[in-house]
Design a protein around this ligand. Structure first.
Ligand code: 5GP
Length: 200
C-alpha cells in the first residue's frame, strides 16, 4: 500500500498516470469527492463525484477508510476497494492529503508514504495558474494550504521533488521496487525452498 501526498499542483496526477502505466500490478484507489469535476475528469476513473449528502451517508455508513475536508470540499478513500486489494496482497496507490495519510498510517502501519514536492512555491503557483482549473480565490487557498502541508514532510517515508517529470517517475518506480523487495514483505520460506530445491 502506497500513499502519495503533496501540495495541489505538485504534479501528483501526472506522476501517478505515468507510474500506473509503467509499473505492473499497481492499482489506483479512486477517491470520492464533493468537489465539482474538472473538464476531462471522469466519474469512477478520476474520482467518484458525490453530492455532499451522499458523501455524509457514506461517512455514517463507515464506507471510507479515511476522509477529510480540503479547501471547502470533502474527500474520502472508499474502504472496500482497499480491503479487497489488501486481501489479495496487491499494490495500491492512494492519493490523499496529509490528514488522510496520517489517518491511513494509524490504521495500516505497513503503508509506505511518499511526499511529492514542487521545486519551489513559485513553480507551484505557476502550475496552478497554468492548469486554470481553479479561480483566483481557490488558487490562493490552495497555495496557503501548501505552505502548511510542506511542514508535514518529516512524517513521510520518502520525498520526491518534481523538478522533472521523468526523473520523478523514475524515483517513484525505484521506491515501489525497493519496497517490493523488502524481506519483511516476501514469502521467504517459498524463496528458500525454490532456491534450495534439488540442491546437492
Ligand atoms: P484535488 O481537488 O486537487 O483533486 O485534490 C485536493 C487534495 O485532496 C489533494 O491534496 C489530494 O491529495 C487530496 N485528496 C484526494 N483524494 C483524497 C482522499 O480520498 N482522501 C484525502 N484525505 N485526501 C484526498
Amino acid at each position: 500500500m502506497f500513499v502519495l501526498s503533496g501540495p495541489s499542483g505538485a504534479g501528483k496526477n501526472t506522476l501517478l498516470n505515468a507510474v500506473l502505466e509503467r509499473v505492473p500490478e499497481v492499482d489506483y484507489s479512486v477517491s470520492a469527492t464533493t468537489r465539482p469535476s474538472r473538464p476531462g475528469e471522469i466519474h469512477g476513473r478520476n474520482y467518484f463525484f458525490l453530492s455532499p449528502e451522499r458523501f455524509r451517508q457514506g461517512v455514517e455508513a463507515g464506507e471510507f477508510l479515511e476522509w477529510t475536508e480540503f479547501c471547502g470540499h470533502y474527500y474520502g478513500t472508499p474502504r472496500r476497494f482497499i480491503d479487497e486489494r489488501l486481501a489479495e496482497g496487491k499494490s495500491v496507490i492512494m492519493d490523499v492529503d496529509i490528514q488522510g495519510a496520517a489517518q491511513i498510517k494509524r490504521q495500516l502501519p505497513q503503508v509506505v508514504s511518499v511526499f511529492l514536492l514542487p521545486p519551489s512555491m513559485a513553480v507551484l503557483h505557476q502550475r496552478l495558474l497554468a492548469r486554470a482549473t481553479e479561480g483566483a480565490e481557490a488558487i490562493r487557498r490552495r497555495l496557503n494550504k501548501a505552505l502548511l502541508e510542506v511542514k508535514a514532510l518529516t512524517d513521510y517515508d520518502y520525498v520526491v521533488v518534481n523538478e522533472d517529470l521523468d526523473l520523478a517517475v523514475e524515483r517513484m518506480k525505484a521506491i515501489i521496487s525497493a519496497e517490493r523487495h523488502r524481506v519483511g514483505r516476501m514469502d521467504c520460506q517459498r524463496i528458500i525452498d525454490q532456491v534450495t530445491r534439488g540442491n546437492v
